[in-house]
Design a protein around this ligand. Structure first.
Ligand code: DLZ
Length: 161
């Protein structure tokens, strides 16, 4: 029996905390930019729809997903944001490089959530091919950027003040 896949843009708008007055940084990678720009734009749009002001959203690009760790770390240390969304896309190739990047980014972003005082939301898409990434960045499975934005608002509401 096939597993039903979750649509990443499917959320109950009545249950999303308002983002009014919140400050959110999005750090996104330029690798696979067709995908990461769509994820970034999805996150921005969902934040705006849920009350975050345009001035409350700041965007930072880094070359590749591996650099999301340093980028997010600097943003955590700045203490300027209520949440940070890290967006990247790693597509499996012919070598084990995929595994090293995925493991590195996952460990790096995870450690920021343990050591820092700002939630870092995991917006890394890791897929076997471009089609799977397209499906998750505005395609038939929604947009992971939307999911990250909603998650950020929940984390802020739960743990701030
Ligand atoms: C080198 C590399 C490769 C092969 N693939 C990807 C990828 O699919 N997605 C991604 O975001 N970045 C990739 N990179 C770049 C690394 O993340 C990193 O920028 C370089 O190894 C330099 O540190």
């Amino acid at each position: 029996m096939a597993t039903e896949l979750h649509n990443l843009s499917d959320y109950d708008p009545t249950k999303v905390p308002s983002g009014q007055g919140r400050r959110i940084a999005i750090v996104y990678s330029e690798w696979n930019s067709e995908i990461t720009y769509a994820l970034r734009d999805g996150a921005v749009n969902t934040l705006l729809v849920n009350g975050v002001e345009k001035e409350g959203i700041e965007l930072f690009s880094v070359p590749g997903s591996f650099e999301l760790i340093y980028g997010a770390s600097r943003l955590v240390k700045s203490d300027k944001y209520d949440a940070i969304i890290a967006i990247g896309c790693v597509i499996r190739g012919d070598t084990p490089h995929f595994d090293y990047i995925c493991e590195g980014v996952t460990a790096g972003l995870s450690s920021l959530n343990v050591t820092g005082d700002t939630p870092v939301i995991f917006g890394l898409i890791t897929t076997n091919n471009l089609e799977q990434a397209q499906e998750r960045s505005g395609g038939r499975l929604g947009n992971k950027g939307d999911e990250c934005a909603v998650t950020a608002l929940h984390m802020i509401a739960q743990f701030s003040e």
